[in-house]
Design a protein around this ligand. Structure first.
Ligand code: ADP
Length: 181
C-alpha cells in the first residue's frame, strides 16, 4: 500500500503517520524528519536547509525530490509506505508521478482540522521552527502551495478526509477505518 498523508502544519500528521505505518508494517517516510536529521547531524544538506526551515519556507524541489527518490529506492520501500509531507508542491507531484506512476498512490489521506486548534498546538510544541512568525508563514505557504494538491488528488479519486482532532488513539482508529483496515 502506498499512502500519502496531507494536511496543514500541526495537524498531527507525523504522529499518526508513524502509528499507522507501524500498524500496517510499512515504513513511514517523512521529508520533514529526514531534513531535521540532516540538520541535527550537521550534514552539508542540513546546513543548506536549516535557515529555510526556520523561516517556514519550503526547501527547493530539486533538493527534496532527490532526497525522496533515494529513500524510495531503499529495499524496505518495496512493500509500500506512508509518505508524510511529500509531495507538497505541484512540481513534487510531477516528480512523484515520474517515480511511481500517475496511479502509484492508493490513497491520499487529508487531515481536516480546525485552524485555531492548530496554532495552539504548534505554539505548545516548542520545535525550532515553531515560533509564531514561522508558524504563520508555514500556514501561508501551505495554503498557497500544498492546499491545491487536495483538488488534484480528489480529481484522481483517491482523496479521503479524516478529522484530525481528538484523542491520539481515536484518530488512529479513524484513519485505519478510512483506509479500510
Ligand atoms: P509540519 O508538518 O509541521 O509542517 P514537517 O516536519 O513536515 O512539518 O516539515 C518541516 C519543514 O521541512 C517544512 O516547513 C519545510 O521547510 C521542510 N519540508 C518538509 N517536507 C518538505 C517538502 N516536501 N518540500 C519542501 N520542504 C519540505
Amino acid at each position: 500500500m502506498r499512502i500519502l498523508f496531507i494536511g496543514p502544519p500541526g495537524a498531527g500528521k507525523g504522529t499518526q503517520a508513524a502509528r499507522v505505518a507501524d500498524r500496517l508494517g510499512i515504513p513511514h517516510i517523512s521529508t520533514g524528519d529526514m531534513f531535521r536529521h540532516h540538520v541535527s547531524t550537521g550534514t552539508e544538506l542540513g546546513r543548506l536547509v536549516d535557515s529555510i526551515m526556520k523561516a517556514g519556507e519550503y526547501v527547493p524541489d530539486e533538493i527534496t525530490v532527490e532526497m525522496l527518490r533515494d529513500r524510495l529506492a531503499e529495499p524496505d520501500a518495496a512493500k509500500g509506505y506512508i509518505l508524510d509531507g511529500f509531495p507538497r508542491t505541484a512540481g513534487q507531484v510531477v516528480a512523484l508521478d515520474g517515480l511511481i506512476g500517475v496511479d502509484g498512490l492508493d490513497t491520499a489521506l487529508e487531515f481536516a482540522i480546525d485552524e485555531d486548534a492548530l496554532v495552539e498546538r504548534l505554539l505548545g510544541r516548542g520545535r525550532a521552527d515553531d515560533s509564531e512568525d514561522t508558524i504563520r508563514n508555514r500556514f501561508k505557504v501551505y495554503q498557497e502551495q500544498t492546499a491545491p494538491l487536495l483538488d488534484l488528488y480528489r480529481d484522481r479519486g483517491i482523496l479521503v478526509a479524516v478529522d484530525g482532532l481528538g484523542e491520539i488513539d481515536v484518530v488512529t482508529e479513524r484513519i485505519l477505518k478510512a483506509l479500510g483496515r
